[in-house]
Design a protein around this ligand. Structure first.
Ligand code: ADP
Ligand code: ASP
Ligand code: MG
Length: 405
């Protein structure tokens, strides 16, 4: 008898009709004599709505209370799923994270699951029940609810699979797998049959919303295979797994293309070119939890002054401006901001052994007159910052250049 974890995302449980459909999927696994455990996200739109409500109450909403608030959507979805399974005469009940319990470490709003006690779940599974567990939440050392970052139900499912030593972990969503690029942005995006953790991790971290980045990291660390499937249509999905040998005939260097929007570029012109200056600039930003992404420093021509450019999320621009202007430890000539930018990345382990990829990427973008503002690379990805007006155009030209269809 197999133990299978099924995770349903927001759109999959987005309405009463969808929840009814999802219970049919659950029962298909149950009828095949599997032990089935379900993890659910909140109905689509609910978490966003709760976040907006918190903002209307206070622009300084208490962090712990914020997590209590935004984790409530999962409770509703789980009770509705259990209720529908009960309606059909199946034994099922919901479990909040504190009832399991699921322990999590780290800051509110971005905690990570550290341990899951499995005794009660195992007992319930053994008795033929179908546990429905709230995704996205855990309890911390102070017995307070804490959430796992946006999209965090993916991590809940993977960690439940780990602690239960499940045979399968299936992420049901609104697309039938991981595609070469977001199918909503490019019609010719193609489903990837199998992708390795490192590539998926880069894709997720660089904007592919289909999997939460930390969840992929958890899967990699614990060697858990993930299947990504659609709850809307019954089609084979994508397997996310450890590194494997790609077919020679495939000869594909790039596996996927991602994009993020709402990026902003900040340039501090004329800062002193001496050791420690960058640290003085970035330290207060990091203390204020502002995520600095791409960084470039111009080569100083006179050895005295230089320009420092970096990118952050547009929602952090005001805060960043205030921090830099109030930073008495640095001096500079000019501070400038550029909003409405996007980061486009190409990802693939094939890059390690294939020279000339950077050139091909730049040439392809240039052929569409897309200006590159900042570049960053790693072994398996190249990212460029461009104007967000060109997202679709850039994806299309790169998709073609690297023959992803
Ligand atoms: P869920 O609510 O099920 O967790 P998400 O909205 O978090 O679903 O993730 C699914 C969405 O991810 C899809 O609707 C799709 O638009 C987007 N997406 C972005 N990049 C990709 C990609 N490379 N492959 C598939 N989907 C992607
Ligand atoms: N409901 C949460 C969110 O919207 C968690 C999730 O969807 O996985 O971020
Ligand atoms: Mg998601």
């Amino acid at each position: 008898m197999k133990t299978i974890v099924l995770k349903f995302g927001g759109t999959s449980v987005g309405s009463i009709e969808r929840i009814k459909k999802v219970t049919q999927i659950i029962l298909n696994y149950k009828r095949k004599r599997n032990r089935v455990i379900v993890v659910s996200s909140a109905m689509s739109g609910v978490t966003n709505d709760l976040i907006n409500k918190s903002r209307l109450i206070s622009n300084n909403f208490d962090k712990a209370e914020y997590d209590v608030l935004i984790s409530t959507g999962e409770q509703v979805a789980c009770a509705l799923i259990a209720g529908r399974l009960n309606h059909y005469g199946f034994k099922s009940r919901s479990w909040m994270s504190w009832q399991v319990p699921i322990l999590a470490d780290g800051p509110y709003a971005s905690a990570r699951i550290s341990k899951i006690f499995t005794k009660v779940l195992k007992k319930y599974l053994k008795s033929g029940g179908i546990p429905i567990v709230t995704g996205f939440q855990g309890i911390n050392d102070y017995s307070r609810l804490t959430t796992l970052g946006r999209g965090g139900s993916d991590a809940s499912a993977i960690m439940i699979a780990k602690f239960l030593k499940a045979d399968e972990c299936i992420i049901y969503t609104d697309v039938d797998g991981v595609y070469t690029t977001d199918p909503k942005l490019h019609k010719k995006a193609k489903k990837i049959k199998q992708i390795e953790y490192d590539e998926m991790l880069e894709m997720a971290s660089l904007g592919s919303k289909v999997m939460q980045p930390t969840s992929v990291q958890d899967a990699k660390l614990n060697n858990i295979n993930i299947s990504v499937k659609s709850s809307f249509i019954n089609k084979p999905g994508t397997l996310i797994t450890k590194s494997f040998k790609k077919k020679e005939s495939n000869n594909q260097i790039i596996t996927g293309i991602t994009s993020t929007k709402n990026d902003s570029k900040i340039t501090i012109a004329g800062v002193k070119d001496k050791p420690g200056v960058a640290a003085l600039i970035f330290e207060p930003l990091s203390k204020n939890l502002i995520n600095v992404d791409m960084v470039v420093q111009n080569i100083s021509l006179d050895g005295k002054e230089t320009d420092l450019t970096f990118t952050i999320k547009t929602e952090d621009v005001k805060k960043t401006e205030k921090i830099i202007k109030g930073n008495k430890k640095i001096s500079y000539r000019k501070l400038s901001f550029d909003k409405n930018l996007a980061k486009i990345s190409i990802i693939g382990v094939g890059m390690i052994t294939s020279p000339g990829i950077t050139y091909r990427m730049f040439k392809a973008l240039a052929s569409k007159k897309i200006n590159i503002m900042v570049i960053s690379t790693s072994e398996i990805k190249i990212s460029v910052l461009i104007s967000s007006r060109f997202i679709k155009k850039a994806i299309a030209v790169l998709h073609k250049e690297f023959k992803l269809y």
